[in-house]
Design a binder for this molecule. Structure first.
Ligand code: M6R
Length: 610
């Protein structure tokens, strides 16, 4: 996500900060800023913020000369709250006394904002981070560690912070919870950073902060504190990675890194929308009457996002009893669709810039439809043009093959379906509560699946030379296999097809021969028997059968050559779990075949042409 750098030492801080931020560029960002403390001046905290690239920050700061000083903090922002603008860029200051940069999401920022406004604080941005700056200012009575402790006690959500206090020239503070932060030391000074590449030109000597540990950088060195304000000892380790490996956090590819980021991305997408057992969709700005007035949903998207729509159709119809149609965005506006009054258009897009999805949105709006977009990139064209927006919090996705954006889009659809279902009075309290609980468990369940990665790697090695692969499933599992087949073909170049299991015998089964790989996803209780019959048909024709099912469904081993299990959950949530082994399978098959996993041939991350 965003990048943080902090420095204090013997050389000018601004160039050090900007150089560090450039080394974090791979994380993606839409605006940037620095704040430098010039200990001698009357108002020592000097901040500069720009929208866009770091080159603009270099220009605005005359390569750092315009903001002299030996300590400072810097940030590259990936927008989550508020569009990418100068006002929303970090650092955020409070009363010129405190400056803060932040990675993560403050879930209770709206409520904190109101409280702080009541205490006379005036907000200049739409960000959650500005609440932190004002809280620090409010609690600053000359003891920075105490102010930090008191502030973080009020924060719900995740954060890594870099902080400057006007009255503490030469000092930089940091703290983290669920967002990474490291501290590093070199003969030229000391650093904090959100990721190792930022500090590699200076040092390889780093300490990894644990949750709720505080760090103070000063000209004398680095000190760590616990929440009681007591100094603590921390071990420094030597980083052996080169810059490229460091950018990927030690993973071989961005795709693998992003697969592993899914628990966090899911947490960041789900948690802010669940309060006291209720799904809260305030930011969507849809009134209950508007939700009750929806008579039909038309969905449009491309590629994996279209698979999300296919999954959402089942979930929305089941949980909210709203009829849903799904179109490929590239087809939608050309088929002269019949769009009756009360139809809401839903567009799903990671980038928010996919040309066909944007055109589908514009077409729907021209037809007078209310539009709702599920988008990952804040301030993207689709986000700006849709009437209502749900932002996923996957963070920047760099690998061409989508993984964490897909998962968070699915989670968004489940939450919307439950929310709509409750307001329309079609989902009962027990079902609602059980699904909310299951949603909250999902990040940990994904972690559990990831712990079984070695098994998927072994399996991938076995089937890396398969010529044809078939993915089958029924109901929601059919929607999941669409994504499983696409993942495999786009990064391994193996011919793969997805079929609704019941459809096989209407033609495709003639393709199954000895050695064909067939992967069956079977998680839907009501369809289990029927799906098992389809699997038996495949096996009888000599296909090698892999089954992906839920723990406890051990009879599956009687049918399949190899069985993969995911933890048990509610039926509509299985797509979010089964996709993880499917991603790992595709990743390791691609790796075995020596393909550039992150940049498969002929593909671009964002398709901005029709
Ligand atoms: O940015 P979008 O979500 O609109 O992109 C849509 C598709 O291009 C995208 O999902 C594509 O299919 C992925 N590369 C699949 O992994």
């Amino acid at each position: 996500m965003c990048g943080i750098v902090g420095y204090t030492g013997h050389v000018q801080a601004a160039p050090v900060l900007m150089d560090g931020l450039e080394r974090l560029e791979y994380r993606g960002y839409d605006s940037a800023g620095i704040c430098v403390s010039d200990g001698d001046a009357a108002h020592p905290l000097k901040a500069l913020r720009v929208k866009g690239r770091l080159s603009a920050l270099r220009e605005a700061s005359e390569n750092g000369k315009a903001v002299p000083g030996l300590s400072g903090i810097g940030h590259t922002r990936w927008a989550t709250h508020g569009e990418p603008t100068v006002e929303n860029a970090h650092p955020h200051l409070s009363g010129g006394k405190v400056a803060v940069v932040h990675n993560g999401i403050i879930e209770n920022y709206a409520e904190l904002r109101v409280k702080l406004q009541g205490r006379g604080y005036v907000f200049e941005s739409e960000t959650d981070t500005e609440t932190i700056a004002h809280l620090l200012h409010y609690y600053d009575h000359g003891d920075p560690v105490d102010a930090i402790v008191r502030t973080v006690m009020h924060l719900k959500g995740s954060f890594a912070l870099g902080i400057l206090f006007e009255e503490r020239p030469g000092e930089v503070y940091g703290i983290r919870r669920d967002s990474p932060l490291i501290a590093a030391t070199s003969p030229e000074g000391s650093f904090i950073a959100s990721d190792v590449p930022a500090i590699l030109p200076w040092t390889r000597n780093v300490a990894y902060l644990e949750n709720m540990e505080i760090v103070r950088l000063s000209p004398e060195g680095i000190t760590f504190f616990n929440l009681d304000g007591e100094p603590i000892e921390k071990e420094f380790t030597t980083v052996s990675w080169d810059v490229e490996a460091a950018e990927k956090g030690g993973y071989a590819h961005f795709m693998l890194k992003e697969i592993h980021e899914q628990p966090k991305a899911m947490e960041d997408t789900i948690r802010p929308h669940i309060r006291d057992g209720r799904i809260v969709m305030d930011e969507l700005g849809m009134s209950d009457d508007e939700i009750r007035g929806i008579r039909h949903i038309q969905m449009a998207a491309c590629g994996s996002a279209w698979h999300v729509c296919m999954t959402a159709k089942y979930i929305m119809e089941r949980m909210a009893r709203i009829p849903v149609d799904v179109d490929l965005a590239s087809e939608f506006r050309y088929r002269d669709p019949v769009l009756e009054e009360g139809t809401m258009l839903m567009v799903v897009s990671q980038s928010g810039e996919t040309a066909d999805s944007l055109a589908a949105l514009r077409y729907g709006k021209q037809q007078g439809m209310l539009s709702l977009a599920i988008v990952n990139v804040v301030g993207s064209s689709i986000a700006r043009e849709a009437d209502r927006v749900f932002y996923t919090a996957a963070g920047p996705e760099i690998a061409v093959a989508t993984t964490k954006a897909y998962s968070t889009q699915l989670a968004a659809c489940v939450m919307l379906a439950l929310h709509f279902g409750r307001i329309r009075g079609v989902v009962d309290d027990d079902t609602y509560a059980a699904h909310v609980e299951a949603l909250l468990k999902m990040p940990e369940q994904i972690r559990e699946i990831l712990r079984g990665e070695a098994r998927m790697q072994w399996l991938a090695g076995k089937y890396a030379n398969t010529r044809d692969a078939f993915f089958i499933g029924r109901g929601l599992d059919y929607a999941s296999v669409l994504e499983g087949a696409l993942k495999l073909k786009e990064i391994s170049y193996i011919h793969a097809e997805a079929y609704a299991a019941g459809e096989l015998k209407h033609g495709t089964i003639s393709l199954i021969e000895k050695g064909s790989m067939v992967l069956a996803v079977a998680t839907q209780k009501d369809l289990m028997e029927k799906e098992v019959s389809n699997m038996v048909e495949v096996r009888a024709r000599g296909g090698t059968l892999l089954a992906l099912t839920m723990e406890g469904n051990y009879d599956m081993e009687d049918q399949a050559d190899f069985t993969i299990y995911v933890p048990r959950t509610e039926d509509v949530l299985y797509p979010n779990l089964v996709v993880v082994p499917l991603q790992l399978l595709a990743y390791y098959v691609s790796l075995s075949r020596g393909i550039d996993v992150d940049k498969p041939r002929n593909l671009a991350k964002s398709v901005t042409v029709e």
